[in-house]
Design a protein around this ligand. Structure first.
Ligand code: ZN
Ligand code: ZN
Length: 410
């Protein structure tokens, strides 16, 4: 029997969000309420009580990993989030385009953000043309927003035990990366070679010549910081002996799902924002259920509206999810054939505009789920549900209801 997990990013809210209630409580959600009446509810601390989660650590925890064990720092997960193909063992560094000046062989930082460069994409090609072959390393560079980007290094000698090249202050010299242990010596050399070669490639780039002609600071250097290694995660699909599928718009969620062993399905119109095609996602989820025991669906818009502090937009989006995603799912599926879990990865109250540590509502539906008396899907009703309060591990619980879990012990 298959299971489907639907995560509405930043779903949870606070009673201060919308006239004394949360956006979910204020939203009209007849389909989710009918599912709540059939199933059981509870509250989940995404990572642990009192921990304010990022979307990355929350998803690791929801999939059953211990983020305190496997989360190695933002760098590697940010690289996932901007769509890089990050694999276990890869080392990622956060990157800034900067403006530097050569003085007596040193590079002096004039602007750590190259005048808030609007877009680093046009510089990707020359940076990806840099070779670090003599260090046994493959390289990939990806620009993200404004002056930001990420550098990925893959190979035998890749190590995160290196210091930053970003001096974090204007007027300072671009720092030499130093090895923090004996095994990272070649990695530090490789990073320093990258810094020199990136400066040479960017210095004479026609777009920088244009910037200088317009009186703008050239993006003629890349500053690196926060080296982090992507952990080798044991794929849950291997652990459970199942096939998994992921339907998501946002790159971070596709990346975490891929690391967990799920096959990422491309869904045209799944944009990872408030305009996403929810009907297309529902159809993709239904078709994925034919060939997989675990289907993970991620819907991002709830979190976007909450970060924008727009409680009405969050409420309206939840109503659209109920109508355009859950209505076709509920009418197509038979609850003695499949189990469903609906939750969020953390609370993002529009009144705060950021993630908070408050628990999120959880709903399980299916023949193995013991129904409780709750008849509405919301934060307060979930607190009265039969599942009580627990931390993370939604995927193991869902697969447990589906009788797919391995036995721990004799
Ligand atoms: Zn999130
Ligand atoms: Zn967020």
């Amino acid at each position: 029997m298959p299971g489907i997990l639907v995560i509405l990013d930043g779903l949870g809210g606070r009673p201060t969000d919308l006239e004394g209630a949360t956006c979910l409580e204020r939203a009209s959600t007849p389909v989710l309420d009918a599912l709540a009446a059939r199933g059981a509810l509870g509250l989940m601390d995404p990572v642990a009580p009192g921990v304010r989660p990022g979307s990355d650590t929350a998803h690791l925890s929801i999939f059953g990993y211990d983020p305190f064990q496997v989360y190695t720092g933002r760098g590697a997960f940010e690289a996932l989030g901007i769509g890089m193909d990050v694999r276990g063992g890869d080392v990622c560094l956060r990157a800034n385009f900067a403006t530097v000046e050569e003085r007596d062989g040193d590079l002096i930082v004039l602007d750590r953000r190259a005048g808030r460069l609007p877009d680093g994409k046009p510089f990707e090609e020359v940076l990806n043309g840099i070779s670090l072959e003599e260090f046994g390393l493959e390289l990939a560079f990806r620009a993200s927003t404004e002056h930001r980007g990420a550098l990925l290094l893959r190979g035998e000698g890749a190590s995160a035990a290196v210091t930053d090249t970003d001096p974090h202050e204007v007027g300072a010299r671009v720092a030499e990366a130093q090895a923090k242990d004996g095994r990272a010596l070649r990695m530090a050399e490789a990073i320093n070679a990258f810094t020199r070669r990136a400066h040479e490639a960017l210095r004479d780039h026609p777009l920088n010549r244009d910037r200088e002609r317009r009186g703008e600071p050239p993006a003629n250097a890349v500053l690196l910081r926060g080296a982090a290694v992507m952990p080798h995660l044991e794929p849950i699909t291997a652990e459970y002996g199942i096939r998994g599928a992921c339907i998501a718009g946002g790159a971070l969620y596709k990346g975490v799902a891929r690391l967990a062993g799920l096959a990422v399905r491309d869904v045209p119109g799944a944009s990872g924002d408030l305009q996403t095609d929810l009907g297309a996602k529902a159809r993709a989820a239904l078709s994925a259920l034919e060939g997989a025991e675990l289907v993970f669906v991620h819907i991002k818009g709830t979190d976007n509206a909450a970060h924008d502090r727009n409680a009405q937009a969050k409420r309206a989006f939840i109503e659209r999810v109920d109508r355009e995603f859950f209505a076709p799912i509920a009418s197509a599926l038979s609850w003695d054939r499949v189990h469903l879990c609906v939750s969020g990865d953390h609370t993002t109250p529009p009144a705060v505009g950021e993630h908070t540590a408050d628990p999120v509502p959880v709903l399980f539906v299916g023949s193995a789920v013991r129904p409780d008396r709750v008849r509405a899907f919301g934060e307060r009703s979930a607190g009265e549900g039969g599942l009580g309060r627990f931390s993370g591990r939604l995927v193991p619980q869902l697969l447990g209801y589906c009788d797919l879990g391995p036995k721990f012990g004799a």
